[in-house]
Ligand binder design. Structure first.
Ligand code: NAD
Length: 466
């Protein structure tokens, strides 16, 4: 087959999985289609004239509400992409078993064309448009950051939404996740997707049924190329390097840099902040971006930029043992066939990048309950830890250091609870994929992951009698 549009790829991946499931006739079609997609054009007066903008919010599935999914700002955003990303959100939430349906939004805009003040006005206007149709709503539809957006845009959305008065004041903060901590967000959300990539790689390599990569069952010493050095790519590179991986290449939209010695991720980030590009980083070879994915063979590729990074056009020329899909849809269905024939394994997007939505769920729960995340668990852990210290002191007759007591309190901070909760969910999800894969020996990991997700969504539809 040849490369198709993004949504057609998702349809193909779903169609690969459904024959393995005993679904009632027609349910596969219901699960595949997007329920609704709202397209909006609006004007904002800027620089003395009116500029028109086009955006979308697609609800793939409301089998559980709220529907959840990011808002992307990109100059080439389009409806097909938004619908595909919304479908992936439904599948992702079902895979990691967080109680959300799937949604996604986008605005066709190049954020670097506009000043911060202008972006704020555009974002606030887009928020009004979506809020009027409950496409932002704490109980119906909850956006989050994606490409080109960050906690800054989420804070503007939350503030504008509050002003609309469309949700009761008690729940208004839960209308969007990925907010700054000071504005109702949660520790660890900014790093969450990259952190999830780290846990995904750990879970894959540690699993006894999964093949070793270059003889390794941990990432220590493995060479890694990362495409896209934004939120997800930067954090994934940073955390994998902390686990001992060697980041031998980073590919950005304007340049790619390589060194077999391994890059210092923080130094590259500082160089980009100072110069605006990763290109020209001292101690590394700079090559054109278009040659980045095929420039160097490495153990692992982490595509963390956009969909369709690996297509029919370059799938014969990429030389990696494992592709870890941190971006959504980076490998097309046609390229997947080609990589499969070449023995290259793929860890699929709906699993790999689920860390963002998992921690968004923690944030949303914190917002609707008004209880700081993990407060109960933290109190219990501190109580348990301190009672152990007291017991030890009694038995030993020695006074244990205050430092120990302080460290017990430190180890139970929100960030630790977020990380341990995320790791547990990612590991459990991978084990479910691996178990499904054992039942379907000829299927790849993506088909196994889709089968887990679709079976879970189907169970829900069956339960409500559809
Ligand atoms: N942010 C999240 O929490 C999150 C969650 C799940 C999935 N994702 C997915 O991860 C991917 C990246 O999202 P992000 O939030 O890191 O976006 P981002 O905007 O923070 O970063 C994207 C980076 O990719 C670079 N890039 C763009 N086109 C490129 C190209 N052709 N080649 C190389 N680099 C290119 C950009 O310059 C930028 O540095 C997207 O597919 C997104 O849907 C993000």
């Amino acid at each position: 087959m040849s490369d198709q549009k993004f949504f057609a790829n998702i349809e193909r991946f779903i169609a690969n999985a459904t024959p393995h499931l005993a679904l009632p006739e027609g349910l596969d079609e219901r699960i595949t289609q997007c329920n609704s997609t709202y397209a909006v054009r609006f004007g904002v007066k800027l620089r003395g004239r009116i500029y028109s903008f086009e955006g979308w919010r697609s609800v793939h599935s409301e089998h559980i509400e709220p529907a959840k999914g990011g808002i992307r700002y990109a100059p080439d955003a389009n409806m097909d992409e938004v619908e595909a990303l919304a479908a992936l959100m439904s599948l992702k939430c079902a895979l990691v078993n967080v109680p959300f349906g799937g949604s996604k939004g986008a605005l066709r805009i190049n954020p670097s064309d506009w000043s911060e003040d202008e972006l704020e006005r555009i974002t606030r206007r887009f928020t009004q448009e979506l809020a009027r149709r409950d496409l932002i709503h704490p109980g119906r539809n909850v956006p989050a950051p994606d490409m080109g957006t960050s906690e800054r845009e989420m804070a503007w959305i939350a503030d504008e939404y509050r002003k609309t008065g469309r949700a009761d004041a008690m729940n208004v903060n839960a209308c969007v996740t990925g907010k700054p901590v000071a504005r109702g967000g949660i520790e660890g959300r900014v790093e969450a997707t990259g952190r999830g990539v780290q846990y995904a790689v750990r879970a894959y390599l540690a699993h006894p049924e999964m093949p070793a990569v270059s003889g390794q069952k941990t990432v220590e010493g493995l060479s890694v190329v990362v495409q896209g050095f934004g939120n997800v790519g930067y954090h994934a590179a940073k955390f994998l390097a902390e686990d001992g991986a060697k980041i031998v290449g980073i590919v950005e939209h304007d340049a790619a840099i390589f060194t077999a010695e391994g890059l210092d991720v923080e130094a590259v980030a500082a160089h980009r902040r100072a110069t605006g590009s990763i290109g020209g980083f001292a101690g590394a070879e700079t090559v054109p971006s278009a040659e980045g994915l095929t420039h160097m063979a490495a153990d692992i590729l982490i595509p963390a930029a956009k969909e369709a990074a690996i297509t029919e056009a370059n799938c014969e020329d990429v030389n990696y043992k494992l592709i870890v899909e941190a971006a959504n849809g980076p490998v097309t269905a046609a390229a997947e066939d080609c990589l499969g024939r070449r023995g290259i394994h793929i860890l699929p997007d709906l699993f790999v990048n689920a860390g963002g939505v998992v921690v968004s769920y923690f944030e949303w729960v914190k917002n609707i309950t008004h209880i700081p995340f993990g407060l109960m668990e933290r109190r219990q852990k501190i109580a348990n830890g301190l009672s152990m210290v007291n017991a030890l002191e009694q038995v030993s007759g020695h006074t244990l250091a205050e430092e120990l007591r302080a460290s017990i309190a430190r180890d139970t901070q929100e960030i630790d609870l977020v990380r341990s909760g995320l790791e547990e969910i990612m590991t459990r999800a991978f084990n479910e994929i691996a178990t499904q894969k054992q039942a379907l020996p000829d299927a790849n990991l993506r088909t196994a992951a889709y089968a887990v997700s679709i079976a879970r969504i189907a169970d829900y539809y069956r339960a409500i009698g559809l």
